[in-house]
Design a protein around this ligand. Structure first.
Ligand SMILES: C[S@@+](CC[C@H](N)C(=O)[O-])C[C@H]1O[C@@H](n2cnc3c(N)ncnc32)[C@H](O)[C@@H]1O
Length: 227
């Protein structure tokens, strides 16, 4: 059974599917074993986006998987949080992080179990809003037919401080709309429609020069400032 067939057979109960996949350790469907080179380059090329402050910047990666991007933000000195639906997922992310060097001070990395749309996990944190949120293969893993993209945009706007930044690695831009997800097809215009309506202004839209194989030559990176 293909990855998409597993979701199609679940009759819309997608959270149970994700949890089951993590419980069985079958994350090979999406895990690429490293932070995205496109994101690494984008952060290096745009230091203007993250001015140093007296306290470390806070970053959130919803649907962080094994945490490769969380670990990248921590290595850049941020207080980085990864959010995952299943405790088995955060456990796998934590175990992976123990195999790599700790982040340099003041960077830190935390993996939190919770549903992105619930406040339960947020209530457990001191931080209620973040300087940075990063989305890659999370929003496009939410079923667009259920209105979850609009809910994602509103939630992201609430989770980012005024003046804070959302970075989206736009994927899969090449995919036809009639093909099943996840990931479900998306276009750059869709990000504009979703994010401008909840108070974001697009400040960068660039074509990366280094890619993960799945998005080769088609991915784009957008950065959005919350007004
Ligand atoms: C396609 S995977 C991508 C994972 C990671 N971004 C990566 O690139 O390796 C999507 C992830 O989103 C998580 N997820 C789905 N719905 C979620 C929700 N409502 N709250 C938190 N995580 C969720 C799933 O458990 C899954 O690990």
């Amino acid at each position: 059974m293909s990855f998409q067939d597993i979701f199609a057979a679940s009759q819309g109960e997608h959270q149970g599917v994700w949890k089951n996949l993590w419980d069985k350790g079958t994350y090979h469907y999406w895990d690429r074993g490293q932070a995205s080179p496109s994101l690494v380059d984008f952060l290096k090329d745009h230091p203007d986006l993250f001015q140093p402050t007296e306290t470390p910047l806070t970053a959130l990666v919803p649907g962080c998987g094994r945490g490769h991007d969380v670990n990248l933000f921590a290595d850049l000195g941020m207080q980085a949080y990864g959010l995952e639906l299943a405790s088995s997922a955060t456990q796998i992310a934590r175990e992976f992080s123990e195999t790599i060097p700790p982040p340099p001070a003041p960077g830190s990395r935390s993996y939190i179990t919770g549903d992105f749309f619930s406040n339960e996990w947020l209530n457990r944190l001191d931080t209620k809003q973040f300087d940075l949120v990063y989305d890659y293969t999370f929003m496009v893993a939410l079923d667009p037919a259920k209105g979850l993209r609009e809910q994602w945009a509103e939630r992201v706007a609430n989770l980012i401080k005024p003046g804070g930044i959302l970075i989206c690695l736009e994927f899969p831009l090449y995919k036809a709309y009639d093909l099943p997800g996840p990931p479900w097809a998306i276009r750059s215009e869709t990000y504009i429609g979703l994010l401008e309506s909840v108070g974001f202004e697009r400040v960068h839209h660039v074509k990366p020069t280094r890619y993960l194989p799945a998005g080769k030559d088609t991915d784009m990176i957008s950065a959005w400032r919350r007004k």
